[in-house]
Ligand binder design. Structure first.
Ligand SMILES: *Cc1c(COP(=O)(O)O)cnc(C)c1O
Length: 339
């Protein structure tokens, strides 16, 4: 997180049922909708929750037991969409893939396609132009979880034909966890379910109250204040500056591991993050522990089936070249002396 963000998050939390706070929410919505290239007439809702709630809310406000979903399941976040559908009795077909497998889009469509633009558990990006074109061809809703793409990788709701976009505060936006966002294009707003099997996640009150810059329930006040500062900054500089910065960090890091027994776990890899696999037969968890103990460097381990093979390095937020350089020195030292 940036110094600006930390200052805002460390300050007193104001009372929020005020005209002043309404202005904060209205400007956040306006900037967010613009920064993701949403078509005119799009709306954003702000949920006090982590990103999974936005995934679930997006699904249950648009799909029910008489609809069908096609889910791209290439890792634990794709699996999460399947679990959400199962939990709510939404018929779904899974396109299960591993690593860099191409997406086997079937000839017959469904009501909606659910996919994670960047499957953060494997470090693999999907081609959103391709998924968008597929959805348009089959008259399907295109629901994209862009939680670990936003502000580090190319994202444009209009050109990628995205109807529902899921975002959260604590990945590329580099804010504290606790704020989740869903951006709805007019194509999605027009087909929202009348009845939603959740009280808290029903979009209707959020959309109504949002017209005057309020939320039906207590919002993540501090994070929204930090979001406004962050969106203003990104808007002023241009998203492309942030994407270029992440791209340069990723390129620096990936060039620096050449010669080490490491390879990218999947491709195409995003700018947001590098997911690496050990090729020397060693355990990724040992490396993560050793770097923490020897150098105080915290890498992201994987869970589940990839736990022993894969670990991840972020290029999001305030990541810097000097920190990645220190990490590269530590990685080279580790492989010279893994014990
Ligand atoms: C982090 C992340 C989420 C949200 O996970 P939470 O633990 O609920 O914040 C969802 N999708 C993707 C692709 C993510 O990287």
């Amino acid at each position: 997180m940036s110094e600006d963000t930390r200052q805002i998050l460390g300050a007193q939390t104001p009372y929020f049922r005020t005209p002043e706070f309404s202005q904060v929410v209205l400007e956040c919505e306006r900037l967010l909708v613009a920064l993701v290239g949403a078509p005119s007439g799009s709306r954003a809702v702000f949920l006090t929750a982590s990103g999974t709630a936005a995934m679930e809310a997006g699904v249950i406000n648009l799909l029910g037991s008489t609809d069908s979903a096609l889910v791209v399941n290439g890792g634990s976040f794709g699996q999460r969409f399947c679990d959400i559908c199962r939990c709510h009795g939404i018929p779904h077909r899974e396109l299960r893939l591993s690593g860099s497998d191409p997406v086997p889009y079937p000839g017959t469509g469904a009501r909606a396609l659910l996919l994670n633009g960047h499957e953060t558990s494997t470090g693999r990006c999907y081609d959103l132009d391709e998924s968008g074109a597929y959805c348009r061809r089959h008259g399907m809703l295109h629901l994209v979880d862009a939680i670990s793409l936003f502000v580090t990788d190319e994202l444009n709701m209009a050109s990628q034909a995205i109807d529902v976009l899921v975002l959260s505060s604590h990945k590329g936006l580099a804010l504290a966890p606790g704020l989740a966002m869903v951006v709805l294009a007019p194509t999605a707003l027009a087909v929202l379910k009348e009845r939603v099997p959740s009280f808290y996640l029903d979009f209707h009150p959020y959309l109504n109250d949002g017209i005057r810059g309020q939320t039906p329930f207590t919002p993540a006040v501090g994070i929204l204040l930090a979001l406004l500062q962050r969106l203003r900054q990104i808007h002023a500089e241009g998203v492309s500056v942030h994407i270029d910065k992440a791209r340069a960090l990723a390129a620096h890091f990936r060039a620096g591991i050449r010669g080490l027994p490491l390879r990218l776990h999947a491709s195409p890899a995003p700018n947001a993050m590098t997911a690496l696999e050990r090729t020397d037969g060693g355990d990724a968890r040992d490396l993560v522990v050793a770097l923490k103990q020897r150098h105080g460097l915290v890498l992201t381990p994987n869970g589940g089936a990839l736990a022993a093979r894969v670990f991840r390095v972020s290029h999001m937020g305030e990541q810097r070249h000097d920190r990645l350089a220190a990490l590269l020195v530590a990685l080279h030292a580790y492989f010279n002396n893994p014990r």
